[in-house]
Design a protein around this ligand. Structure first.
Ligand code: HEC
Length: 137
């Protein structure tokens, strides 16, 4: 069986629900299939930084109420764990048992790839000389 993200369970769903009510859990506009692609930085700061933090370190206003909390993309080794493919899959499909929603209907695949590359380029430290993990989340 494929393991997604981290093996989170239970309580976080309640938190995710509470966040959704509070307007945190994001995007309502699913009717945007025809609009032009938006810049990655704009997408990140509109949709992701609320939970993942302005600098991708997970420090956000929402973090304290998230179970599990958002991870630190800037931590050493984060890039080893989080391959580009795994990140794209997580953004498209969400991470069950966490507040991480599936964005596959709100964002185009190109936008998802762009926002993942934005996180990787701006926040994550490159992994030198080590093979990256290939597991999906
Ligand atoms: C409502 C809060 C919330 C929002 C908004 C949010 N995330 Fe997440 N995200 C989480 C949580 C919680 C997790 C699970 C813990 C972790 O891995 O950080 C997560 C996990 C992830 C992961 C890691 C998955 C893995 O394999 O470990 C990626 C990549 C990610 N989010 C990207 C994004 C992107 C890109 C956006 C914006 C399009 C976004 N998130 C919006 C809360 C959020």
């Amino acid at each position: 069986m494929r393991t997604r993200c981290h093996a989170w369970t239970g309580r976080s769903l309640v938190v995710a629900g509470a966040l959704a009510v509070a307007g945190y859990a994001a995007p309502v506009a699913a009717q945007e299939a025809d609009r032009p692609e938006r810049p990655a930085a704009q997408l990140y700061h509109a949709y992701c930084s609320l939970c993942h933090g302005e600098r991708g370190d997970g420090r956000s206003r929402a973090q304290a109420s998230l179970v599990p909390p958002t991870r630190d993309f800037t931590a050493p080794g984060a890039a080893l764990d989080l391959t580009r493919e795994r990140m794209i899959a997580a953004v498209r499909e969400g991470c069950p048992g966490t507040a991480m929603a599936a964005w596959g209907t709100q964002l185009s695949l190109a936008e998802i790839e762009a926002v993942v590359d934005y996180i990787r380029e701006h926040f994550m430290r490159p992994v030198a000389g080590q093979a990256a993990a290939t597991d999906a989340c």
